[in-house]
Design a protein around this ligand. Sequence first.
Ligand code: NAD
Ligand code: ZN
Length: 360
Amino acid sequence: MSYKNFPMVPRVIFGRGCINQLNEILSPNRMNVKAPFIFLVDDVFKGKSSITSKIPLSYNDKIIYVSAKEEPKTSQVDELVEQIILTTNERPSGIIGIGGGSVLDIAKAVSIMLTNEGNTSDYQGWDLVKNPAIYHVGIPTISGTGAEVSRTTVLTGPKLKLGINSDFTTFDQVILDPELTKNVPNTQWFYTGMDCYIHCIESLNGTYLNTFSQSYGEKALDLCKEIYVENTLSKSDAQDKLMMASWHGGMSTAYSQVGVAHAMSYGLSFLLGTKHGIGNCIVFNHLEEFYPEGVKLFKQMKKLHNIELPHGICANLSDDEFDVMIDVAIGLEPLWENAVGKDWRKSITRKKLKNLYQKM
Ligand code: NAD
Ligand code: ZN
């Protein structure tokens, strides 16, 4: 038996208002005055001084606003890297991503592609990155994905939606300031928070489960229940706790895997552009067969928070389109093996996946 030796985020700061220490955290990492820090910031914060006033710009540092309207694409990363190379004299001192899972993933990918040749899509897969990324910092502004701790950056490429899974992907520094999440719209708070909940359910019910993953997964699940089921926390406690739930959920899946909801929602996202959080919810809602307890509680939470999921999103798809989704989903072998076991191919047939998609 050979065990995986995973990197973790080596530095993390947690606390309400801790983003005010950004300058003191970044300064020692500046290579020289010509090597700027590049801030990739969710464009939802454009003109919002509550965030932009916290970004310490000196010398040639700059902010590039990035849209999170669509799932991150490899072509988008290629363009950003090109833009950065063309507009800076020297390789940047660091990339700082400020936003949700989308912007965090883009920041990770850009920091990798500044030191690795070719196209971003060349590195989608497991352990294909050759050179260490440049210094990169993640500052989440919405909690749930675990992208702040994970060793992957999930990207849609020309052929697949697949992560760049690499030891070099993990952030060098993470800044966990729960205050930054205060303006997240309610539905998005639910969808992204449920990503964390689903990470826990998939990890805790997977065949890859081990004590490392279990201990993080159970903690994250307890926090999710406090936030979404018991529903008695103050706003700020709920923000603090969801930020830590996201962290623990990410740690849990790092040493195990996600499962059926993720595999199938990658298919939806690849074909229809369905975003991760809502896509996971749409799929998970139909997975009683795999996760009976988890789905039951999910439905309860959905009701408690008055969430109406879209349905009929696959109603008018052609057979070819179903095939595209099924190809993406079924290609995620480790997810199925985790969910169902080594013999997963016996029960997870294309027909079964089509039936499930047709219900959505
Ligand atoms: P997101 O980054 O897509 O953002 C969702 C929406 O919330 C956007 O409209 C964004 O502008 C807005 N938003 C973010 N912060 C806000 C704030 N403070 N106030 C108001 N609006 C705010 O959402 P997400 O669910 O965090 O991320 C989804 C992405 O994360 C997907 O692309 C998915 O593939 C990826 N993901 C990555 C990992 C990983 O380990 N790398 C894990 C899970 C998901
Ligand atoms: Zn997820």
